[in-house]
Design a protein around this ligand. Structure first.
Ligand SMILES: NC(=O)c1ccc[n+]([C@@H]2O[C@H](COP(=O)([O-])OP(=O)(O)OC[C@H]3O[C@@H](n4cnc5c(N)ncnc54)[C@H](O)[C@@H]3O)[C@@H](O)[C@H]2O)c1
Length: 247
C-alpha cells in the first residue's frame, strides 16, 4: 500500500523538469496523474492536456478534462512557471505583465478551476512551486523574485481560505535545480562553465538541487500522511536560505 494509492493528481508544467519529476514520482507512489503544459509531447504516459495557463477558458476546459479522465482531482501541483533576468529597470511592462500572468495569476487560475474537484476529495492538497528567491535576494531577478514572493503570499492566503473545506495548501521554495530551464539560462551566459560553478557555489550543499529532490518534497506536502501540514513554505534549497558557511 502506497500513500497515493487511489488518488488523482494534476501537475501543471508537467512536461519538463520539476513538473515531470513530480508526475513520475506521484505515479510511482500510486496516483493517477494528468499534466497540463503548453508543450506536451504526446508520449509522457500521463493524461496530457495541452494548455497555456494564461488562458482562463482553456484552463477551465483542461481542468475539467483532467477531472473527467482521472475521475476527480485530489492533488493539484501548480508548477508551471517562467523566468526573467534583470534589475527592476530591465523588463518592460509587457514582460512584467506576462510573467506575473503565468507565475502568479496562472497559479490562481488553475487553482480556481480545480477547487470544485478538490472540495469533493477527502484528501485534497495543493502544492505551489515558489522559489528560494521569494526569501533571499539575489542579483538580476527582480521580476522573477516578485512573482515567486507573490506565490508564497498566495499560498498562505489560500491555506487560510480553504482549511475548513479540507483543502491543504503548501509551497516548496526550491534553490537552483538541474532542469532544462537552468540549461537554457547557462547557454545564455558569456562563460557557461563559470556561471554553472557560481550557481553551485552559492548553495551550501555545493551542487544544484535535483528535480527528484523537489518532487519528493512536493509529494511529502501533498501526501495524506501530511494531513496536519498546511500554510507551510518548505525550502528545498541546499541550505541557501538558512546556512552561512565560512568562505
Ligand atoms: N529550476 C530551478 O532552478 C527552479 C528553482 C526554483 C523554482 N523553480 C520553479 O519550478 C517550476 C518548474 O521549473 P523547471 O526548472 O522545471 O522549468 P522547465 O522550464 O524545465 O519546466 C517548466 C514547464 O512549464 C511549462 N510552462 C511554462 N509556461 C507555461 C504556460 N504559460 N502554460 C503551461 N505550461 C507552461 C513549460 O512548457 C515547461 O514544460 C517553475 O515554476 C520555476 O519557477 C525552478
Amino acid at each position: 500500500m502506497s500513500d497515493f494509492d487511489g488518488l488523482t493528481a494534476l501537475v501543471t508544467g508537467g512536461a519538463s523538469g520539476i513538473g515531470a519529476a513530480t508526475a513520475r514520482l506521484l505515479t510511482e507512489r500510486g496516483a493517477r496523474v494528468a499534466i497540463i503544459d503548453r508543450a506536451v509531447t504526446g508520449d509522457s504516459g500521463f493524461v496530457e492536456l495541452s494548455c497555456d495557463i494564461t488562458d482562463r477558458a482553456a484552463v477551465d476546459v483542461s481542468v475539467a478534462e483532467a477531472a473527467e479522465a482521472l475521475g476527480g482531482i485530489d492533488v493539484l501541483v501548480n508548477n508551471a512557471g517562467i523566468g526573467a533576468i534583470g534589475d527592476v529597470s530591465e523588463n518592460d511592462d509587457a514582460e512584467w505583465t506576462h510573467l506575473l500572468d503565468v507565475n502568479v495569476v496562472g497559479t490562481a487560475r488553475v487553482s480556481a478551476a480545480a477547487l470544485p474537484h478538490l472540495r469533493a476529495s477527502d484528501h485534497a492538497a495543493i502544492v505551489n512551486v515558489s522559489s528560494v528567491v521569494a526569501a533571499v535576494g539575489v542579483p538580476q531577478r527582480a521580476l522573477y523574485s516578485a512573482s515567486k514572493g507573490a506565490v508564497a503570499g498566495l499560498t498562505i492566503a489560500m491555506a487560510a481560505d480553504h482549511v475548513r473545506e479540507g483543502i491543504r495548501v503548501n509551497a516548496v521554495l526550491p534553490g537552483t535545480a538541474a532542469t532544462p530551464w537552468i540549461g537554457r539560462l547557462l547557454d545564455q551566459a558569456d562563460d557557461p562553465d563559470a556561471a554553472a560553478e557560481a550557481l553551485r557555489a552559492r548553495q551550501p550543499i555545493g551542487r544544484l538541487v535535483e528535480p527528484d529532490e523537489v518532487a519528493h518534497s512536493i509529494a511529502y506536502l501533498a501526501s495524506p500522511l501530511s494531513a496536519s501540514t498546511t500554510g507551510t513554505l518548505l525550502g528545498v534549497d541546499g541550505g541557501m536560505s538558512q546556512i552561512r558557511l565560512p568562505s
